[in-house]
Design a protein around this ligand. Sequence first.
Ligand code: GGG
Length: 353
Amino acid sequence: MASKHILVIPGDGIGQEVTEVSKQVVEAIGQKFGHAFSFDYALIGHAAIEATGQPLPEETIEKSKASDAILFGAVGHPKYDNDPSAKVRPEQGLLGIRKALGLYANLRPIKLFDELLEASSIKAEILRGADILFFRELTGDIYFGEKGRQDEGATAYDIAKYSKYEVERIARKAFEAARTRNGKLCSVDKANVLETSRLWREVVQEIAKEYPDVTVEHQFVDSAAMLLIKDPRRFDVVLTANLFGDILTDEASQIAGSMGMLASASIGDTVGLYEPIHGSAHDITGKGVANPLASVLSAALMLDISFGMKEESEAIIAAVDGVLKDGFRTGDIADAQTDRAKILGTEAMGAEL
Ligand code: GGG
């Protein structure tokens, strides 16, 4: 019997609601397959600021390092969005934990369940069969460079920085994945304008020589953004930098029908962190209507990637497929054809799995 210790970091807003559902799904998998999963909790984001004054308490880092995997929710709170001068912010917790744990590769599968073809705002005939795996670099770029103000606050700057090493290690992960899929990789940058992107492209071209079986194309980010909507099936593995990956995957969530369907795995050389790509969504927090499936699919990634439990992971994906086939929907993935009686809240959707 495998024994795995999971740290649950629900964070803020709907993060708390959806993570509870995915934890219950992992417990059910434990019972069904005979695994002993133990759980602990830790604070991050606004919840941590309220309790400790810090968005990422030292205790959360220590518990993370002592765990076998992390099931993460979301961070954010509208009060900071309306106060741009706030020095302590929930998002610092998420960026900080990625940095502290060396989680440099963020895998974001854009998986379209057939039953949601009509829920997307993109035409079904363009979408059918779309299946993309994004590799978003997670610990560099403009997010982590020096930032500040000049001219008595009237000028602001954020410096984007990448080292050759940082690009190499994420590129290798993406090339390895492309090998196990369709042997196609698209690297997205802005090399016609940005120096960091020119380095990015040079390094990707260099690494590509180690993978002659992978066909590589380079796209500028503006063109990639357009092609994702126009012809999503042309993409397979997409490799990109931190900021571009953040933006493009929110856009790509529309291919899957909703942000509420997109899972992610953040990996590096130590413990993996698994989280839905959506944020804390305070507009729906406390209403019990959040879609828990992105978090549940993140738990499936955790079982597969961190624990090597492929069959268990596939059982979760099959359960998600099953509830969608049975016609159950949360509000974000319902369409005009949905039986109104089958529009469920967060907990009820979890109970159907
Ligand atoms: N679960 C994802 C989440 O909480 N997103 C909010 C956020 O601050 N995202 C910044 C980022 O992903 O870089």
